[in-house]
Write a protein of this length. Structure first.
Length: 525
């Protein structure tokens, strides 16, 4: 069952790490004073399950999670409570001074996780007392995963960033220059391949591994990293084959599997995805519950602001279409055939009240609203979301493999089969064989663009879109004939009027961070 897991030991971890976590990253830390037992060693790694990148899933009702920033930068999502930062993101005009607080929050969270936690653990775990060799190797592999995950987020967000692989234990060498993007990626790959080669990670879906990092978690991140290395800005075409190989290793492993429909209604794969935390499809998840780590305000992202006045949600004082796809994205679905677009799958078009004097009242929306985050108990009873957030699923590995094979080998039977598998799960009328046969007739570029479309359809609420836009340098667009396609990113104008230039594809480093570390202004090494 869920929660006999990393989150179950979080209170012990936080207690054990309390003094350690209060230390300044640049101050001297006594490893001898911390690593006294196996519990201390586990605490040093366990905190990474909540620090750095996982915090980017935190989402207040009247705001947005940090991961949603990419959708705003793409100009393809809106937020009813948006402040000036979101407005500037949509206009592609984020400012290092005006938006310093938001930029510093992202920068500091990841670097604290890297330097204060992951690097500290990696430096001292080899000699930490009380561990068996298998435990030691496992914890080192987990720490490397989280260091790689945070660096991947940083390099995709800011471009060239400082590459720090040791702890700060004195005031020397605290001003670190940025490393080139290629060097950051090399470090990420080294960490992930080392973790995979350690041999001590379980080869099971994360929910079946007590919600600890498994081989599937590491391989999923590595496949994504290779796919990005093959695209902008490195454009290393050889990495397509690497991405395909890693993704296929998960697809062909019977330990993992796509969620299947029990029926096409409430038992669909998409409703299981929405409600279940324990599936073989889940490769890396961030755990939430209603006690130790509450899951923020996601369920209220399913309703417009006026829903707060209905008297329906007693523990929520507001509602907010916080990550709301613009009309352009709705055009990507085959509206009569795609199950994901049907009522109470990924979207809903109306809501029937069940609470209070307005029970039975049907609220009809003017257009489809997100349903992906709906949690009945949280909305109607507790006011606390407990649904885990899945960052990597096996479905993404099918699409990575399909695109990478098409890029490196052309439209093969294998590539078409991988894409068809995801499209068939979503189709209400078409057979797998007919979908695959149709895909096999496409030229390579048309097939690749169909993969891009499918990734938008499948992951429309999972924060993949800006990453794919920047690596492919292709921006979604609908042509005069109504066909959903892509245009070159540079020079494209988004629905909020923002126009993309090559120098604004990354967020700027915050003004205060630039003042704190003058070396950041120097060219990357």
């Amino acid at each position: 069952m869920k929660k006999i897991s990393i989150i179950a030991v979080l209170l012990l971890t936080l207690t054990s790490c309390e003094k350690f976590l209060e230390e300044d990253a640049r101050s001297e830390i006594s490893a001898d004073g911390f690593f006294r037992s196996a519990d201390d060693a586990y605490s040093a790694v366990n905190i990474l399950y909540r620090k750095g990148f996982p915090t980017y899933y935190n989402a207040p009702v009247n705001g947005a999670s940090r991961l949603m920033t990419g959708g705003f930068l793409a100009g393809l999502y809106d937020n009813q409570y948006k402040g000036e930062f979101v407005v500037r993101a949509q206009a592609v005009s984020v400012n290092a001074g005006l938006d310093n607080a938001q930029l510093q929050d992202v920068w500091q969270s990841s670097y604290e996780a890297i330097v204060r936690n992951a690097n500290f653990a990696l430096k001292y775990l080899p000699e930490a007392p009380g561990l068996t060799n298998n435990q030691r190797v496992q914890l080192i592999a987990e720490a490397k995963f989280f260091r790689a995950l945070n660096y991947f987020f940083l390099v995709k967000t800011f471009g060239a960033v400082p590459l720090i692989t040791d702890t700060y234990e004195s005031l020397t060498d605290v001003y670190v220059r940025r490393a080139t993007i290629a060097k950051v990626y090399d470090q990420i790959v080294n960490d992930l391949t080392s973790a995979l080669e350690s041999g001590n990670l379980s080869d099971r879906p994360m929910p079946e591994n007590n919600f600890r990092i498994s081989k599937g978690s590491v391989a999923a991140l590595l496949a994504d990293v290779y796919l990005n290395m093959a695209g902008y800005p490195l454009n290393d075409q050889s990495k397509y084959a690497d991405a395909a190989a890693v993704a296929k290793s998960l697809i062909e492993n019977n330990s993992y599997g796509l969620i299947q429909h029990q029926d096409m209604g409430s038992g669909s794969a998409y409703n299981r995805l929405r409600t279940s935390d324990n599936e073989k499809e889940y490769l890396y998840t961030i755990e939430f519950d209603d006690v130790v780590a509450a899951g923020s305000g996601y369920t209220m992202y399913c309703f417009p602001q006026e829903a707060a006045t209905w008297g329906e949600f007693p523990n929520y004082g507001m509602a907010n279409l916080g990550y709301d796809p613009v009309g352009l994205l709705h055009r990507v679905y085959h509206q009569d055939d795609d199950l994901r677009y049907q009522e109470k799958q990924y979207f809903h078009r109306s809501y029937t009240q069940v609470n209070g004097p307005n029970a039975g009242t049907v609220r009809v929306f003017g257009r489809p609203n997100p349903f992906f985050w709906w949690e009945e108990k949280a909305a109607l009873e507790t006011g606390v979301s407990s649904k885990d957030r899945v960052h990597y699923r096996l479905a993404e590995m099918y699409l990575i493999a399909a695109e990478a094979i098409a890029e490196s080998q052309g439209v093969t039977d294998e590539a078409a089969g991988y894409l068809a598998r995801i499209q068939h799960r979503a189709s209400m009328t078409r057979s797998f064989e007919s979908i695959k046969a149709s895909l096999m007739t496409l030229p390579a570029q048309a097939f690749i663009e169909e993969v891009w479309r499918e990734k938008i359809r499948e992951f429309i609420f999972e924060y993949k879109i800006w990453n794919d836009i920047t690596r492919t340098q292709a921006y979604p667009a609908v042509d005069a004939a109504g066909n959903f396609g892509f245009v070159p990113l540079i020079g494209a104008t988004n629905p909020f009027g923002g126009t993309y230039r090559e120098d604004n594809l990354y967020l700027p480093i915050g003004e205060i961070e630039m003042q704190r570390n003058p070396a950041l202004a120097e060219p990357p090494l």
